[in-house]
Design a protein around this ligand. Structure first.
Ligand code: Z2T
Length: 819
């Protein structure tokens, strides 16, 4: 361990020589003619030399010491740009800025050359990235396993207000400077074929998979650099390649284009990230991605385990495997298959190892996001795995029978196999049965997992269902993205808060300090200016930093209720134009959000916000009081500008629908006040900051349920509330789409005649009232400053370092290793 600051020996002369060497030999450029992009690439490569060396050292030490490690399996890692963040973790930010300056370049400009590796959709993928950062910062031995998508989440642009998607070739032509290919770690993955019965040398009846085709898994490592220490852990991403892009046996049978290999060229498997957040699309290629990911990762875990001289029987002692949602569930039957068919263990021995190795995190209760795969599809692509799933279920059904004799209803409900016109495998049920721990991601969510999703499972396996509240890394989400606030914090509480966030509580006593309030608000102003400059430069919209910056940035989904925000904006528009007695603080409403390409209503909401923005921003009658800015192509690198600039954070999901939320935490840490429902982690944030420092509104979970049971009627609210009526009716006019009335009407129609499944109208009045309170509170700047400071000061619980310690202590039983 080192004390704060530079953890690497830094030799500036040698570093400059390394950059120049990469510039000339790796990228074939000369210092006099090279573009900024080449300089960034060369600098990245020179830095990656250091981290790759540390990665190998860490790897070797952990293998020698036979320490227990966690393997984090996730189909998504939304890491964001690495260069700036790694420089901070290495303690080299200033030194490298200096070195690059001597070579004629500004570090901050060079950092802008990096494209975001967008290997995730939203919260789930970003959480995986924060967790890797916290594992490394605290030196919990870990490997992250993911997929090396050729194209990450699509790039978004707006054409006449509508979302248009373009492919995201994140690595560029030259490749990504931080990644290193590890050919010695390659794996072979089997697919299709059939299962064969045979007798082994002792005459025992055995089964084995005779695959129909094989593909190759290529390992790429990205370095996860520990903050202020020397550990570097791998984020290992598998790329699928095809040694022979077709089935050899089929080819020999003359059946070259076997119908079942339809979608298939192996090169397709890791081509693109599926762009759905909180939605299961059920495509065969996605199942293939999932299996490919699991097969490579499990094989690599076993390679490390056996390679270090350990016995297979000790797997659960030395390795634990965390499944990030059900996406990598197929890892369970895959490990079972290897233990049974390759290591020849008996069922019970294999099951003991497997079920003590895996743990599962649930991230949603939304029914449309709960994965099921058709038995027929699994049986075709992975015939041996389907047999094993049946056997797991058969044994599990016996346990259910013992517990509730003769109760077929409960069997039908708990079964891993869902009966129906076509039988489906319920991946969440398989996870609960096949793991030693299941956790939700916030206290409320974990209660609902127990109460609504798996009530009988909680009885069957007492103690298995638990909670680990999410968190975010203070390195990226304060220190790196908000240098002004970071300097202020360090001045008051010392500079070791980024990996000891409890220290930040020390700010509490400055909340009333007028001088501190001034400086805190001055930092906020600078951050608002940085965002305003970005908006001017990229969107040519003028905004006033004296306005309240009110921000909603997250994936577009009905349950997140961007349309509730829009209705509020329409109500303000209506009042400004029609009610002479109405006045308000100037406000700018910011949105940043991508819609899944196939989600029509989500795309309509984007279109509506863009159209309203166009009109509002150019309407001189509003006297500059109201602006709406929809930031295109929202991504991690833009989030780094948006969070620090916010006054108000919108966390307005229907109660019970947002499992946790993590953007809510980033906002509050950076001193924005939350307007939010009693949902997800908002509940715990309120507990920490106190009811006076957060704006809570809307129905509670039980009230939502009750209202639905009583028969919710959106028209009741429409008829009773003239402001709501005015806002909704504006959507039918051509006010925002001149000459084309009705272009925005789908939203109104969905809310009034579509049953308003997320109770937007039921929460509207309270939402408007709460915004009025915000308006009043903001006018008193000292009052607002105090609340904002208290938000920063009282949010230390939400460091992902604490989340990881919870996992390590309560689930993984993992100890840190100090190097
Ligand atoms: C996702 O981002 C989340 C849940 C999912 O369930 C899928 C995706 Cl892609 C399958 C989000 C939750 O919606 C959010 O509340 C939570 O904070 C986040 O995962 C991390 O736990």
């Amino acid at each position: 361990m080192t004390t704060n600051g530079q953890t690497q020996q830094f030799d500036k002369t040698a570093f400059k020589a390394a950059v120049e060497k990469h510039l000339t030999t790796t990228y074939a450029n000369t210092p006099t003619t090279a573009t900024s992009r080449s300089w960034y690439l060369a600098m990245g490569r020179a830095l990656a030399e250091i981290t790759t060396g540390n990665l190998l050292e860490t790897e070797q030490q952990l293998a020698e010491e036979k320490v227990r490690s966690v393997n984090y399996l996730s189909l998504e890692f939304l890491i964001g740009r690495l260069t700036g963040n790694n420089l901070i973790s290495m303690g080299l930010y200033e030194d490298v800025a200096d070195a690059m300056k001597e070579m004629g370049h500004s570090l901050t400009d060079l950092l802008e050359e990096e494209r975001d590796p967008a290997l995730g959709n939203g919260g789930l993928g970003r959480l995986a990235a924060c967790f890797m950062d916290s594992l490394a910062a605290q030196e919990y031995p870990a490997v992250g396993y993911g997929l090396h998508y050729e194209y990450g989440l699509f790039r978004q642009s707006f054409v006449d207000g509508r979302q248009v998607e373009a492919p995201d070739a994140w690595r560029g032509l030259e490749g990504y400077p931080w990644e290193v290919v590890r050919p010695e770690l390659n794996q072979t993955v089997n697919l299709y074929g059939h299962v064969e019965a045979y007798k082994d040398e002792n005459g025992n009846a055995c089964r084995r998979w005779v695959p129909g085709m094989t593909v190759e898994g290529v390992a790429w490592d990205l370095p996860i650099v520990g903050y202020d220490n020397k550990s570097v852990y791998p984020l290992r991403l598998w790329e699928c390649r095809s040694p022979a892009p077709f089935s050899l046996s089929r080819f020999n049978d003359g059946d070259y284009v076997g119908a079942q290999y339809s979608a298939l060229e192996a090169g397709n498997v890791t081509k693109v990230l599926y762009p759905n957040d909180n939605h299961d699309q059920g495509k065969a290629l996605r199942l293939m991605q999932q299996y490919f990911h699991c097969a490579c990762s499990i094989a690599d875990i076993l390679r490390r385990h056996i390679g270090a001289g350990n016995k297979i029987e000790d797997l659960a002692k030395l390795e634990t495997i965390q499944l990030n949602d059900t996406h990598p569930t197929i890892a369970i039957p895959e490990l079972m298959r290897i233990l049974l068919d390759e290591y020849k263990l008996g069922w019970d021995a294999a099951w003991t190892i497997s079920s003590k190795t895996f743990a599962y995190t649930n991230h949603t209760l939304l029914p449309e996001a709960l994965e099921t795969w058709s038995e027929a599809l699994i049986a075709q692509m992975l015939p041996r795995h389907m047999e094993i799933i049946f056997e797991i279920n058969h044994r599990f059904m016996k346990l259910v029978e013992q517990t509730w004799p003769g109760n077929n209803e409960v069997k039908r409900k708990l079964s891993i196999i869902e009966e129906g016109s076509q039988r489906m495998v319920r991946m969440a049920n398989l996870c609960v049965v096949g793991t030693y721990a299941v956790n939700g991601v916030a206290a409320l969510h974990s209660e609902l997992v127990k109460r609504d999703l798996f009530p009988e499972f909680d009885e069957l396996f007492p103690g298995r269902l638990t909670n680990v509240t999410n968190g975010v890394t203070p390195r990226r989400w304060i220190k790196y993205c908000n240098p002004g606030l970071s300097a202020l914090i360090s001045e008051k509480v010392g500079n070791d808060w980024p990996n000891k966030l409890e220290k930040i509580t020390g700010l509490e006593k400055f909340a009333e300090d007028k001088a501190f309030q001034k400086r805190y608000m001055a930092v906020k102003k600078e951050n608002k200016q940085r965002l305003a400059d970005w908006v001017k430069e990229n969107m040519d919209i003028e905004i006033d930093t004296n306005a309240i910056f009110d921000i909603q940035i997250k994936r577009l989904h009905e349950y997140k209720r961007q349309h509730l925000n829009l209705l509020h904006i329409l109500s303000l528009y209506h009042r400004l134009l029609n009610d002479p007695s109405f006045d308000m603080q100037p406000r700018v409403f910011f949105f940043g959000s991508k819609a899944a390409p196939g989600y029509a209503l989500a795309k309509d909401i984007i279109f509506a916000i863009n159209k309203v923005a166009e009109k509002v921003n150019s309407d001189s009658r509003l006297g500059g009081k109201l602006k709406v800015v929809f930031i295109p192509d929202y991504r991690v690198s833009l989030a780094e500008i948006l969070f620090p600039a916010a006054d108000v954070s919108e966390q307005i999901s229907t109660a019970g629908k947002e499992a946790s939320g993590t953007g809510n935490m980033k906002f509050a840490l950076n001193g924005a006040l939350t307007i939010g429902t009693m949902d997800g982690a908002n509940v715990e944030m309120r507990e920490e900051v106190g009811d006076e420092n957060i704006f809570i509104f809307g129905l509670l979970v039980d009230e939502v349920q009750k209202l639905k049971e009583e028969g919710y009627d959106p028209y009741r609210y429409y008829h009773a509330d003239s402001l709501l009526r005015a806002a909704l009716d504006l959507l039918e006019t051509d006010e925002f789409t001149p000459g084309k009335p009705g272009q925005l009407a789908t939203i109104r129609h969905n809310l009034l005649d579509g049953g308003d499944p997320y109770l937007v109208l039921a929460d509207f009045a309270d939402y408007v009232k709460t915004h009025e309170k915000i308006d009043v509170e903001y006018r008193n700047q000292e009052n607002w400053a105090r609340k904002a400071i208290l938000n920063t000061a009282l949010m230390s619980k939400f460091s992902s370092d604490r989340s990881i310690r919870d996992y390590a202590n309560n689930i993984w039983k993992l100890k840190p290793v100090n190097r």
